[in-house]
Design a protein around this ligand. Structure first.
Ligand code: AMP
Ligand code: ZN
Length: 117
């Protein structure tokens, strides 16, 4: 069923506590944890507990949870004292998506280049 945990999914395992992560925020529907290979002083991933392969599929099925990824991303930035931050949703292997469980990257804590790539 859509949204159900997938046995072979890294982020489902992190949500379930089966793989350790540095969790910075948790709600009933989302989890925020530090990226294991940070690209900026703050690099946090916000994921839904429910498994969807990408953010668009999450938004189509559970729009309120998709919105909560954004409000939680803002809360992460506020917790870290960051005024400016970048949110990235990689969608598809060709765009650099490596974990096929919806997530948003929250990047900040250093000046970020103008542009998107
Ligand atoms: P993406 O490339 O958009 O699919 O993002 C996946 C992200 O997950 C990458 O930035 C990885 O560094 C990160 N990542 C992979 N394994 C872990 C892990 N065990 N804990 C935290 N972050 C991870
Ligand atoms: Zn998953």
């Amino acid at each position: 069923m859509a949204g159900e945990p997938q046995a072979d999914c890294l982020f489902c395992k992190i949500v379930a506590g089966g793989i350790p992560a540095t969790v910075v925020r948790r709600t009933e529907r989302t989890l925020a944890f530090r990226d294991i290979k940070p690209q900026a002083p703050t690099h946090v991933l916000v994921v839904p507990h429910a498994h969807y392969p990408n953010a668009a599929e999450l938004a189509a099925a559970e729009p309120q949870v998709a919105a909560e990824l954004l409000t939680e991303a803002a809360a992460v930035a506020a917790d870290e004292g960051i005024e400016a931050y970048r949110l990235i949703f990689n969608t598809g292997a060709g765009a650099g998506q490596t974990v096929f469980h919806a997530h948003v990257h929250v990047l900040g804590g250093r000046p970020l280049r103008e542009g998107m790539v």
